[in-house]
Design a protein around this ligand. Structure first.
Ligand code: AMP
Length: 624
């Protein structure tokens, strides 16, 4: 699809129900993304679809909007089931459904995922929900228990199918598919289509429409492309730092929604920048006036949506900032083409949240250009720039202005007060600067972030990936200090289990990041797996009952399992390996406390051993 087509399609062109249209105008999406434009009509028509799309392309709305328009709200049983590989995605998809259904009375969506308390899920399942979003293992559990009945399911969505395959859920997914009514509609979304996913598409979907967005992929090589990894909550700070650190003439900042253009402009204006919004809601003549102001230099920053910035051609634009990552490569190419016009050089900076990294790689792959990573400009760099600008302003004023009146005033002042000239100049600089501190410090930024995080937590707002990344970072420092254990699970080669099945199930059910699960050895009728030492009892108990490849894990600590000598030796060898395993999130404050204490103890022991060694060495030296 070209951007011209994109411009012409609007959400109003689809027969989405009125409450969904209303919710869409609240969230401020201007136009359907390419995957939405192509998928929505087919899902609305009840057809099976295969959409090759990744996170960040707007694929959730591509299925959620039409499915919401088709559900029968009077019936409380599950009509739509979305299977997602991780709890994070399940929650995110459920939240998207909630947002788009905010004007649909009596609508219920229920996320069910591993590691969460069963009782709450059972209660909510009993109450009824039209849409269930779940991870395969937990969905299967509820189906087996009879607490989740899918006999009246009308649509099943497989979200990030290749990830489910990678995490070893594909057998579970097939099992679930087989238990649901064969006349159901199926929508499969996957960033890639490996053979196993292709096989499912062929065997389980009914004459599906396949949607892959073809893209134009040329970027000017006069544009320097960089990306900055940052969380949503950090974007404003990152942008203001970039505005200070980069020397730019005019800048265009791309965001995804009309609302975001206006909000960001307000924030930039409050920080003293000459900025204006450009979005599809603004009348054409007003838009032209805004662009003229930018051309003349009365404005320095435009905050725009893709559609509003179509064809924008202003030589002054030296920088393009992709504040929100574009949905696809074509939009990216179009955006960065707003700079580096007519052979000039330009700069393009892309903000990427950690979970959007795949989209970044897809852009790199299709444009066949590497985008270099940049770091957030440090306080040091910014302060140097501030000093340079301060000096430049003085030099410019000396150069261009008639200062005779002020010179006389200052001379008079100096004569009356007998103050050194540098002190008088400093007082004037202070007047110009006002109460705003001249230098910034990282200390302030960090404490601001801390306060903001606390506030958001207190308000019950999901602090999202920022938290997760920090948690993982902290975990890793602790990980070097803690030991781990070897466990036995009662599923092996005879059950056709693959390592991926075990990783996927344990990752979701015990909330252990899959990257941190250690070695897995699959034996004939059982397997061995390395997991963090000190697993909370509740998690252990829960894992005993988890099903993988049709078997309950019945996990046991290897020492409890009566193994023979040979296996114990293997355990010893394995336990000597450097531990790489760490629990991502502990189950309760009590168990968290235990983990922390243990990690501290281990770390303190190691430290004191090191110190002992050091002091012994020092003693030897001094004696020598
Ligand atoms: P997804 O690919 O579903 O994870 O969506 C990525 C992001 O794009 C989410 O933050 C959505 O809110 C946003 N989004 C989805 N559709 C649109 C749209 N038509 N216009 C602007 N933003 C959108």
């Amino acid at each position: 699809m070209s951007l011209t087509d994109l411009h012409e399609i609007s959400f109003n062109d689809f027969p989405l129900i009125e409450p969904v249209q209303r919710a869409l105008s609240d969230v401020g999406y201007e136009t359907p993304s390419p995957i939405q434009a192509k998928i929505i009509p087919h899902v609305l028509a009840g057809r099976d679809v295969v959409g090759q799309a990744q996170t960040g392309t707007g694929k959730t709305a591509a299925f959620a909007l039409p499915l919401l328009s088709r559900i029968d709200i009077k019936r409380k049983h599950p009509q739509v089931l979305v299977l997602a590989p991780t709890r994070e995605l399940a929650i995110q998809v459920a939240e998207a459904f909630k947002r788009y259904a905010s004007y649909i009375d009596q609508f219920h969506v229920l996320p069910i995922y591993g590691g969460q308390d069963y009782s709450g899920q059972l209660r909510q399942l009993k109450r009824g929900a039209q849409v269930i979003v779940g991870t395969p293992g937990r969905v299967m559990d509820h189906m087996r228990k009879g607490s989740l009945k899918l006999d009246q399911l009308s649509c099943l969505v497989l979200d990030e199918a290749d990830e489910m395959l990678r995490m070893g859920f594909i057998d579970d997914v097939e099992w679930i598919l087989e238990q649901t009514p064969s006349e159901r509609q199926t929508a499969l979304f996957s960033a890639t289509i490996p053979p196993a996913i292709r096989r499912i598409a062929q065997s389980q979907l009914n004459d599906p429409i396949e949607i892959t967005i073809k893209v134009k992929t040329t970027t000017a090589d006069t544009v320097r492309q960089r990306y900055l990894v940052c969380q949503n909550a950090e974007k404003l700070d990152a942008l203001t730092r970039i505005l200070e650190a980069e020397s730019f003439s005019a800048m265009i900042v791309f965001v995804r929604t009309k609302t975001a253009t206006v909000e960001l402009v307000e924030k930039l204006e409050a920080r003293g920048y000459a900025a204006a919004a450009l979005n599809g809601d603004i009348a054409q003549n007003q838009r032209e006036r805004t662009v003229n102001r930018l051309k003349k230099g009365n404005l320095d920053i435009l905050v725009a949506t893709d559609v509003a910035a179509r064809g924008l051609d202003v030589d002054r634009i030296t920088h393009v900032v992709n504040y929100d990552i574009p949905y696809d490569n074509e939009a990216y190419v179009h955006r960065i083409g707003r700079t580096g016009r007519a052979g000039r050089t330009g700069d393009a900076i892309l903000f990427v949240a950690p979970r959007e990294k795949r989209l970044l790689h897809a852009i790199e792959k299709s444009t066949k250009q590497r985008i270099e990573q940049m770091q957030l400009p440090s306080s040091h760099v910014i302060n140097d720039q501030r000093v340079a600008r301060f000096k430049q302003r003085i030099a410019d004023t000396l150069d261009k202005e008639d200062l005779s009146l002020y010179q006389k005033l200052v001379d008079d002042f100096q004569f009356e007060y007998n103050a050194p000239m540098s002190v008088v100049a400093a007082a004037l600089a202070r007047l110009v600067q006002g109460d705003e501190p001249f230098f910034i410090s990282d200390k302030k930024r960090k404490s601001r972030e801390k306060i903001e995080k606390k506030r958001r937590q207190a308000e019950g707002v999901d602090v999202g990936n920022t938290d997760k990344t920090k948690k993982n970072r902290r975990s890793k420092t602790v990980a070097n200090d803690i030991e781990f254990e070897l466990f036995r699970i009662e599923v092996g080669h005879v059950h056709n289990v693959k390592p991926g099945n075990i990783v996927g199930a344990i990752a979701n059910e015990a909330d252990i990041d899959s990257d941190y699960i250690g070695d897995i050895v699959i034996e004939e009728d059982h397997s061995l797996v390395q997991l963090p030492e000190g697993m909370p009892k509740s998690v252990f108990k829960h894992l005993r009952q988890v099903w993988v490849s049709g078997q309950q894990l019945k996990i046991s600590r290897l020492s409890d399992s009566g193994f023979n000598e040979k296996e114990t030796n293997r355990q010893k060898i394995k336990n000597k390996a450097k531990p790489q395993v760490k629990l991502k999130r502990e189950k309760s404050s009590e168990s968290r406390g235990e983990f922390k204490k243990k990690a501290k103890r281990d770390s303190a022991e190691k430290k004191s051993k090191k110190q002992d060694k050091k002091s012994k060495k020092a003693k030897k030296k001094s004696q020598a």
